[in-house]
Design a protein around this ligand. Structure first.
Ligand code: AGP
Length: 611
C-alpha cells in the first residue's frame, strides 16, 4: 500500500508530484522519492516522510515537465534510502516506482544475477525494473513491449510507473491488484493511486483496470491490454471537492473525520431513507431484491474495521431478515476452499475498495457463481467495479489511517439494507419497521449531540493514557463494537487491547483483571443490560477499572463504574452507530496523549493493497 504520483505536461512537474505525495502519504510513509527527467534522469529518494524529502531537495535543480513520485509502505526490504523508490535500472536509463508485491521476484533475480545484473536494494521493484530492461535489450523491442512481456511473466500485484531517459515526455503505467487513476487535462496528464493528487487540476479521470497498460504523454493517453490491443479510455467525472481532502482546521484528519460523522451519516441516508413515507430507496438492493429475498445464505467478506461492520450486520440481518449470515475474514476466506452454494450472496465491505484480500475473496466467490454486493466508500474503486450491485457509503475521502466515518457509513448502509430486505420479505412488523426508520433518521443529530461532550472522553483518555493493556467488552449488538474499540485503541495508541463478548470473560480472560487494567464496557440499554451489570460487578470485585459507555438516564452503572460516557437513547439495533463514536475519540485522545502521529500510525497504511 504505497502512494504513487505521476505528471507529464506543460507545468513544472515537481510541485505537482511532491504535493500529490503529501496527499497520498496516508497510504504509506516510511520512505519517499521522486524522479524527474530533463536532459537526464534525476532521482532523489530517502527514508522518512515527504516533508523530509522536500527539505532535502531545497536548492536542487528540479526543473522538469515530467515526473513520478512514491511514498512507501515497506514490503520487501526495510525502510531505508536505498530501498526507497524510484529505482533505477542497471543502465541508468530507466526508473520506476511500484505499489504491490512481485511474488516470483526471487527466481527472476537469480536469473538476472547470472546475467551480470547488480542490485543496490532488497526490493522486488528493482528486480522487475531490471527484468524489463533485460527483455528490452535482449529482445531488441521498445519499452512498452518489454513491459508487456515482463508483466505476463510475473506473478503478484503491481501498479508501476516508468520513465525512459530516451523518451522525455512519456510515462508508461500498468496495474494489476493495486489502484491507478489517470487525470485528463489540457495538454497534460496526471497519475495517482487515487484521485487526490489531481483533484485541483482536473475532474476528468480514467480508472485503470487490472492487466491494462497506459502510455501517457502530455497530449495522448493510449490504453492497451497485455495482448497489445487498444482499449478506449472511459473518462468519468469526479464529484470530489478539494476541501474534502484538506484538514479543514482540525489538527488531524482522524479528528476531522470523527466530527464529520453527523454530516457523513446524513449523506449516507440522504436520498435513501424517508421515514415519514416509510421508504428505503437503494437501487443496488432493489436490482437484486429477488436474490436477497430467496438467498439461502449471505456471506460477508471484509478485513479489519470493515469486518466489524460485517459482524454487526450478521446480528441485524439475521434478526430482521431471518437469512443465515456468515462473516469471514477475507484473508482466510480466499485461501480456504469455501463451500459456496447456488443462491448465496457475498457482501464485500471495504472503505477503500482496494483491499487485496477482499478483492481476491470476491473473485474466488464470483468464479463459483455467487452474486457480489459491494459496500464501498471510494467511488469507482476496484471492489465497486467488480460487484454485481452495491451501495456507496458516501462518507467522502477518509484520509486518517483509522477508519471512523466510513465505519459508521457502513453501519448505516447495512442497517438500511436489512430493513429494506426485511420489509420486502415480510419478516418485520410494520410498527417495528417504522420505528427503526425513524430511529435511523435521528442518528446524525444524536451523533452531533454526543460529540459535544468530546472533552469528557479526552479526560478519560488522559486518566488511562499510561495503561499497557485494555479490554473491551460488549454483548449482542455491542460485541462487534467492543472489537472495533479494541482495534482503534491498538492501531492509534499502540496499547495492547482485546475485544470480547462480555460473558466470555469467565472462560479465561478474567484472569487478566488487575487494578491497573482498564476494562471498557459498551453497556447501553438493551436486552442484555442486566447481564452486563453483573459483568461489571465481576470486574469491580477484582479491582479492575471500569469505563462504561452508557445510555443517558442510566442511574445504575454510574454507581459501579470508575468512568462513564453517556450516549443518547436508541434502539439496540441502532445504538452501536452511536456507541462506536466515543471509542473512536478515546483512541484518538489516548494516541495524542502518548505522542502518536495518529493520522500515520507506525507500520500501518490506509489501504492494504498487498496480500
Ligand atoms: C481500520 O481502522 C484499519 N485501518 C483497517 O483495519 C481497515 O479497516 C482494513 O484494512 C480494511 O480496509 P478497507 O475497509 O479499505 O477494506
Amino acid at each position: 500500500m504505497c502512494g504513487i504520483v505521476g505528471y507529464t505536461g506543460h507545468r513544472e512537474a515537481y510541485p505537482i508530484v511532491i504535493k500529490g505525495l503529501k496527499r497520498l502519504e496516508y497510504r504509506g510513509y516510511d520512505s519517499t522519492g521522486v524522479a524527474l527527467l530533463n536532459g537526464g534522469l534525476k532521482v532523489y529518494k530517502k527514508k522518512g516522510r515527504v516533508a523530509d524529502l522536500e527539505e532535502f531537495l531545497v536548492g536542487k535543480d528540479l526543473h522538469s515537465h515530467i515526473g513520478i513520485g512514491h511514498t512507501r509502505w515497506a514490503t520487501h526490504g526495510e525502510p531505508s534510502d536505498r530501498n526507497a523508490h524510484p529505482h533505477t535500472s542497471n543502465s541508468g536509463k530507466l526508473t520506476m516506482i511500484h505499489n504491490g508485491i512481485i511474488e516470483n521476484y526471487a527466481q527472476i533475480k537469480k536469473e538476472l544475477l547470472t546475467k551480470g545484473y547488480t542490485f543496490t536494494s532488497d526490493t522486488d521493484t528493482e528486480v522487475l525494473l531490471n527484468f524489463i530492461e533485460d527483455i528490452k535489450e535482449n529482445n531488441e523491442c521498445n519499452l512498452e513491449e518489454a513491459v508487456r512481456v515482463a508483466l505476463k511473466r510475473i506473478t503478484g500485484a503491481y501498479c508501476i510507473l516508468l520513465l525512459d531517459e530516451a523518451d522525455p515526455e512519456t510515462i508508461i503505467a500498468a496495474r494489476k491488484g493495486s489502484p491507478l487513476v489517470i487525470g485528463v487535462g489540457k495538454g497534460e496528464h496526471f497519475l495517482g493511486s487515487d484521485a487526490s493528487p489531481m483533484l485541483e487540476y482536473t475532474k476528468e479521470v480514467v480508472y485503470i483496470n487490472d492487466y491494462e497498460l497506459a502510455i501517457v504523454r502530455p497530449d495522448e493517453l493510449i490504453l492497451k491490454n497485455l495482448g497489445n490491443e487498444k482499449i478506449t479510455p472511459f473518462v468519468t467525472k469526479l464529484d470530489l471537492k478539494l476541501a474534502a481532502i484538506e484538514k479543514g482546521g482540525y489538527e488531524h484528519f482522524m479528528l476531522k473525520e470523527i466530527f464529520e460523522q453527523p454530516s457523513t451519516i446524513l449523506d449516507c441516508l440522504r436520498g435513501r431513507l424517508d421515514a415519514s413515507a416509510g421508504m428505503i430507496t437503494m437501487s443496488g438492493v432493489q436490482q437484486n431484491i429477488e436474490a436477497f429475498k430467496t438467498a439461502g445464505r449471505i456471506i460477508i467478506v471484509a478485513c479489519g474495521t470493515s469486518w466489524h461492520a460485517g459482524l454487526l450486520a450478521e446480528y441485524i440481518i439475521e434478526e430482521l431478515c431471518r437469512i443465515p449470515v456468515e462473516v469471514e475474514y477475507a484473508s482466510e476466506f480466499r485461501y480456504r476452499n469455501p463451500v459456496i452454494n447456488k443462491g448465496d450472496i457475498i457482501i464485500a465491505i471495504s472503505q477503500s475498495g482496494e483491499t487485496a484480500d477482499t478483492l481476491v475473496a470476491i473473485n474466488r466467490a464470483k468464479e463459483q457463481g455467487a452474486i457480489i454486493f459491494g459496500i464501498v466508500n471510494v467511488v469507482g474503486s476496484s471492489i465497486a467495479r467488480l460487484s454485481n450491485g452495491g451501495a456507496y457509503t458516501h462518507a467522502g475521502p477518509e484520509i486518517g489511517v483509522a477508519s471512523t466515518k466510513a465505519f459508521t457509513g457502513q453501519l448505516a448502509v447495512l442497517t438500511m439494507m436489512a430493513l429494506k430486505i426485511a420489509k420486502e420479505k415480510g419478516t418485520i412488523a410494520d410498527e417495528r419497521y417504522t420505528q427503526l426508520l425513524f430511529e435511523l433518521e435521528s442518528v446524525p443529530e444524536k451523533v452531533e449531540a454526543l460529540l459535544k461532550n468530546a472533552d469528557a472522553i479526552e479526560a478519560i483518555a488522559e486518566k488511562y493514557k499510561d495503561a499497557s493493556d485494555a479490554l473491551f467488552l460488549g454483548r449482542g449488538y455491542n460485541f462487534p463494537i467492543a472489537l472495533e474499540g479494541a482495534l482503534k485503541l491498538k492501531e492509534i495508541s499502540y496499547i495492547h487491547a482485546e475485544g470480547y463478548p462480555a460473558a466470555e470473560m469467565k472462560h479465561g480472560p478474567i484472569a487478566l483483571v488487575t487494578a491497573t487494567l482498564p476494562v471498557v464496557f459498551i453497556a447501553t440499554n438493551d436486552t442484555y443490560h442486566e447481564k452486563i451489570i453483573s459483568n461489571i460487578q465481576e470486574i469491580k470485585a477484582r479491582k479492575g477499572k471500569v469505563i462504561a459507555i452508557i445510555t443517558e438516564g442510566d442511574d445504575v452503572i454510574p454507581g459501579l463504574a470508575d468512568d462513564v460516557f453517556y450516549v443518547p437513547a436508541a434502539d439496540e439495533i441502532i445504538a452501536p452507530i452511536l456507541s462506536c463514536v466515543p471509542l473512536q475519540l478515546l483512541s484518538y485522545y489516548m494516541g495524542i496523549a502518548r505522542g502518536v502521529d495518529v493520522d500515520k500510525p507506525r507500520n500501518l497504511a490506509k489501504s492494504v493493497t498487498v496480500e
